[in-house]
Design a protein around this ligand. Structure first.
Ligand code: PLP
Length: 355
């Protein structure tokens, strides 16, 4: 039996989207591919309300994290860490031989604008790297307020991982002045894994001209050049996934981005109220994610047993991540899931746990 996925990626993919992948193959140097790819880039720009350069590399989101560092930072980058994925920014920067500093916070907390400003006053950085929605802890960083601070430091690029928030939570890329906004297909896009989505500002592209060690696969300038000249990708893309993305973007447009956001908010509210009543929330109050709830296992339940029972009924939730694996569990409410489906899941958890 298929278990409906309430895990924070890959998320549940609807059958019509899965089916869209089964169209006959085309060559990625054929006109048909140029039409598909330029069409879906235009749809992304429209939905994300951006004129920035948009690209869809065949890779998972982490590749664009590495790309952002390699293209936008020669030496100094400030990373804000408060969970497994924000810590990944720091690790990637170090792995790329950049001089990374971290504003390191306990898991469950999030970085505040004043912490960033304090650090930016002390040292000149080329970029700030943050995670908007920290999937490991279910927290949401106050990106709107962070963006305000960044407007006072126009030479510092803003790199934002929106892997588990873009197309679910609200991310106003241009208004916030985000220079590299990156995401993955398997989260709020509700697609199979395999595509990354990147929105790259003119400022970031200009900076890339001055940066060495950009590498090959994620060289933003080469990717843009190929797109500008041919409307294609430099290397062989995951064409089938792009069929699915193209269809999904039409469905998102039909739903409306504001409606999509409101649906995510309603699901988050429902799960978080239930969690507060029966357990407790892991994130610091006021910074709870809109797309995934990280719940403290205050009752000491066996999450593995709960998931086994849920599995028999056709649902899957997620245990905690990394070092908080035993302490927490997570219910994702992202992608195409509906409030009714969330209610059905919670009803089944109540029934199994006798809450
Ligand atoms: C916030 C965040 N950043 C980065 C990643 C890594 O994305 P990917 O697995 O697509 O490389 C994830 C994956 O769960 C994530 O949740």
């Amino acid at each position: 039996m298929h278990k409906k996925l309430f895990i924070p990626g890959p998320t549940e993919v609807r059958q019509d989207i899965l089916d869209a992948q089964a169209k006959p193959m085309i060559g990625h140097r054929m006109k048909a591919f140029t039409e598909l790819y330029t069409g879906l880039i235009n749809k992304l720009k429209e939905l994300l309300q951006t004129e920035h350069f948009v690209t869809v590399p065949t890779a998972s989101g982490t590749a664009l994290m590495e790309g952002a560092i390699r293209n936008c930072v020669n030496k100094d980058v400030l990373c804000c860490t408060y969970g497994a994925f924000s810590e990944r920014w720091f690790k990637i920067a170090k792995a790329c031989d950049r001089d990374a500093d971290a504003i390191a916070l306990e898991w469950g907390k999030v970085v505040k604008p004043e912490m960033i400003e304090e650090q930016l006053k002390k040292k000149k950085y080329e970029a700030l790297a943050v995670v908007h929605n920290e999937t490991s802890t279910g927290t949401r960083a106050p990106i709107e307020q962070i963006a305000q601070v960044m407007k006072r430091y126009p030479d510092v690029l803003l790199l934002v991982d929106t892997v588990s928030s873009l197309m679910g939570d609200k991310v106003e890329i241009e208004k916030l002045g985000i220079d590299v906004c990156l995401s993955s297909s398997q989260k709020c896009f509700a697609l199979p894994p395999g595509l990354a989505i990147g929105v790259i500002s003119e400022r970031a592209l200009k900076k890339a001209e001055t940066v060495s060690g950009k590498g090959h696969y994620m060289n933003f300038l080469d990717i843009k050049d190929y797109f500008d000249k041919k409307g294609q990708t430099p290397t062989t893309p995951a064409v089938s996934l792009m069929y699915a993305l193209d269809k999904q973007l039409d469905k998102m447009k039909a739903e409306g981005m504001e409606n999509r956001y409101q649906r995510h908010l309603a699901m988050a509210k429902y799960v978080q109220e239930w969690a507060k009543k029966n357990f407790a929330l892991y994130p610091e109050a006021g910074y709870e994610s809109v797309t995934v709830s990280c719940i403290k296992n205050t009752k000491g339940i066996s999450v593995a047993d709960l998931n086994t029972e849920l599995g028999k009924r056709g649902f899957a939730i997620s245990n905690g991540y990394g070092k908080i694996k035993e302490e927490t569990f997570r219910i994702a409410h992202m992608g195409d899931l509906t409030l009714d489906e969330i209610k059905e899941l919670i009803k089944n958890i109540d029934d199994i746990l006798k809450l």
